[in-house]
Ligand binder design. Sequence first.
Ligand SMILES: [Fe+2]
Length: 331
Amino acid sequence: MATLTETSVGPRTYPTTTAGPTAGTLQLRGGDLCATPIVRYDQGTVFGAEVSGIDWSKPVSPEVLKELVALQDKHGVLIFRNTGLDNAGHIAFTQLLGKDLEVNPFFYGREKDRLGEPLLWDVGNIELDGSIVQPSSRRWHHSRGNALWHTQRSKYSLLLSHGNPVVGGSWTHFADTRQAYADLPEETKARLEDLVIEHDLWHSRALAAPDVFTAPLPSELAAKPPAFHRLVQRGPDGRKVLYLAAHAKLVVGWGLEESQKLIWELIHHCTQPKYVFSMEWMGAGDMVWWDNRQSMHRSNLYTPTMTARDVRRTTVIDDGPLAWGVPKEER
Ligand SMILES: [Fe+2]
């Protein structure tokens, strides 16, 4: 049995955390694992942890995997540094976490994809020809939506970095939708309990890049149609969460203006600094594994002078009862 030790985190890597003093020790079996909590609340719960001590050169054992999933359910976001994983190792680890991975709907053939792998989403800033994405490109405008707080209806996302660190830094920011829900006044919770939200990726794209995405292409609309989800859900550890994102367009039965007012009030509530931390990408092999059902995330906006940011994502399809949202007859 190995001890899961806890250490403090530096201000550079998680600059917006409100992490307090560390306390307590968790036990993990099957490896020399060390977990560093990132945001620790007064109630003793934690959001995010940096985990070390995994031998990524071989498949993760079932025992360690079980402990990691339990840690994930509790913490919502796990960060691993310097894993040494390549595309195949990235996909293989993800396949241990769920039998069905999402196939990238924007994958139009190996010759039209920089990574040539339909289970990987190329979410970096590099064009097919190797050049850095420019402000005139559709990819640039699409990326602007990733800088808004969002989540998607999948179980897990795992983002792995490749290549050199981005000159000037590169971050992914995470917000805890569990503690944010828990801290709402009881009368607000009652008002939100039965609401259903229409999520539309192209709504957030239009918010972030109105010149381009007010009229998405038919192929884009077909790849990502709207979905309907309950606003208040239960996360994997049984705690209630607010399930919302910049994709959230309408409260079912409400008008656009009053829907957007409520949705953005709640997004601002969830993204107060006390619920947020920022992961800096330090180098190739850094990997973050988050649970889309109990967090939101966002990237930084691209800048015209940024260097290559080569991050690639795998996604595990949600296999839970809420995965496909609210059927039409129940809305
Ligand atoms: Fe994202």
